[in-house]
Design a binder for this molecule. Structure first.
Ligand code: ADP
Length: 232
């Protein structure tokens, strides 16, 4: 198999630089706004100072996590030409990812159920772990207290199907395609941490491995993300 960089990736890198610069400017604008108030002495009280300081900190953290993600993302895009492809046992890999998110799920009393059979795909373990983590992390983030997540790995004739189903807030039908775009987030999730890159990465990774990803979802009921990967 050959995986030369495609036109699609080159174009997407250009769009990416534009969007990333835009996204970095927003926190930077508020950081400099608050710094200006502080340095010009235009605040009313000690309490104001603390509030502005905290906002500067929050916005700096947001910028740092954005930069981390951007660097990470460019690595994923670079590796297209250098990825090592091998048979990977996906059930074990998904099980491990589920163990990693267990503490977050426990905090929200979310039950995580696994139903998997061992099966090999032809792919890259690091990228597949990233994929599983992103989907599981979302399932926990967008599912309220006391919910449920079901993860299954099933082998089909040519494909392996991974399902990550949650009983969370769901995604409206008109946005089920948009959520895979870089930096897109639903309006309803502004109080949940995130920058809108996990699903974009997930789709990039699945596409690199010659697979498919899609979502079936109903607002207020939950979402099921399904990934199809080519069997070894
Ligand atoms: P992030 O979680 O950082 O916002 P993602 O790219 O992973 O970024 O997801 C994009 C958007 O898709 C989220 O902001 C959210 O609106 C929606 N979304 C993703 N996963 C789920 C899910 N399991 N349930 C409901 N909404 C989801």
């Amino acid at each position: 198999k050959s995986f030369a960089p495609t036109e699609r990736i080159l174009q997407s890198q250009k769009d990416f630089v534009a969007t990333a610069s835009h996204e970095l400017k927003t926190p930077l604008t508020s950081i400099s706004g608050f710094a200006e108030i502080i340095s010009s002495g235009m605040y009313q009280s000690e309490e104001d100072l603390k509030v502005f300081g905290r906002r500067i900190l929050d916005e700096s953290h947001r910028m740092m996590s954005l930069i981390d993600t951007i660097m990470h993302l460019s690595k994923v895009e670079e590796t297209e030409t250098t990825i090592k492809w091998k048979p990977v046992e996906v059930a074990g890999l998904v099980r491990y990812a589920a163990e990693l998110i267990k503490p977050q799920a426990d905090k929200k009393n979310i039950v995580v159920e696994l139903d998997m059979e061992p099966v090999h795909v032809y792919g890259n373990a690091a990228l597949l772990s990233e994929l599983a983590m992103n989907l599981l992390d979302n399932a926990v983030k967008y599912t309220p207290e006391g919910g449920q997540i079901r993860v299954s790995v099933e082998s089909w004739e040519m494909y392996v199907k991974i399902d990550i189903a949650d009983t969370g807030i769901g995604i409206s039908e008109q946005h089920q395609g948009t959520i895979f775009k870089r930096f897109y987030r639903e309006d309803a999730v502004h109080d949940v941490d995130g920058i809108g890159i996990g699903l974009y990465l997930a789709r990039e990774i699945v596409t690199l491995q010659g697979g498919y990803i899609w979502v079936v979802s109903e607002v207020g009921k939950g979402s099921t993300f399904s990934v199809f990967l080519l069997r070894k």
